[in-house]
Design a protein around this ligand. Sequence first.
Ligand SMILES: Cc1ncc(COP(=O)(O)O)c(C=O)c1O
Length: 413
Amino acid sequence: MSLDRAYAEALDAADPLARYRERFLLSDPALIYLNGNSLGALPLATLRRMETVYQQEWGTALARSWDHWVDLPARAGDLVGGLIGAAPGQVTVTDNTTVNLYKLATAALDARPGRPVIVTDHDNFPSDRYVLAGLAAQRGAELRMLATDIDEGVHPDLVRAAVDEDTALVSLSHVAYRSGALADMAAITGIVHQAGALMLWDLCHSAGAVPVDLDGCDVDLAVGCTYKYLNAGPGAPAFAYVSARLREVLRQPIWGWFSQRDQFAMGPSYDPAPGMAKFMTGTPSIPGTAAVEEGARLLLEAGVEPMRAKSMRLTAYLIELADAWLVPLGCTVATPRDASRRGGHVSFCHPEAERIVARLAEQGVITDYRTPDRFRFGLPALTTRFTDAWDAAQAARDLIAESFSGERYVSHG
Ligand SMILES: Cc1ncc(COP(=O)(O)O)c(C=O)c1O
């Protein structure tokens, strides 16, 4: 590897996925956008689809469009399922991640009566921890917190030591939102099942970023958002996965009319619909769900494995640049160095992380800050060039050298 920009240009020229960048509206050529792990870019196909959804389906056909809209969450769910190793009929697109987590965690606790313990970890995403804490408080259950290393993520041994015959549910993130550490889904799910508990994975930073094999790992439940690597847009609905083994057995707590069998009979009492419809609540966002369909379709066309291969090369390249340029200035690499143990973003640790992110943004380099002292570079495979990684690393190097590399930071690394 060479530190010259020409090397990055050569990597771009040889990149079989490079042409996918043209499929997105990235209209500012000067912008270096490394924040697709927070909000993905807008696919051009979605722009066209929105024109159809708004002008024809809503504007002209109006309520008649419900004829085909009604199945959209299931259709979009099956496409998302293709990205996360779920056979058709186990994923629906509905609500947001937080609400889906609440529904599926509640269903899991109801399915394990007499087991008063929920397990999660200190570094799980705040919304997940809050929802689980709320559920524990409502039910007088114990929320057992794993003391995860915030850079290394959740190790299977930690889970093994925490689960027992009292455990109803273990709920963890597959890719850690802060460091990007990738948990061992197969091993952890197996450990949880041995204890007789159910496993609920949060795939927000996994879906579209890393290969996921929910069916192959015998996972019970999963949730995830679509506005990051799935590029479905701000506030686009989330997905929920329930294994076919449990789909007809579990019941979720929000008994809305979109989860009712024979919805338009307007019957006197609740009777849950069969299949994944049971895990819906009220009227879904049709534009949002259509955007999920377009985003998932584009990723399926590019292929999960080619995207992963590029993502591993991109993150490795950025880490090599950082070792050469940022580590000597007092940054540390907070993401696992083994590419098979990380997702699609790379996190760095520096005491001035928040100011670094703000100053980079002023220069048109969009990254993000996470407490307490981390800045993240998100590198989605379809929209990120090797030259973007080079330009961003160089901008960070120059900025930190100029403004933030006083004596007191040198010892930090
Ligand atoms: C890992 C993780 N879980 C949950 C959420 C919350 O998702 P939502 O806002 O769709 O409820 C996020 C949001 O970024 C997230 O990154």
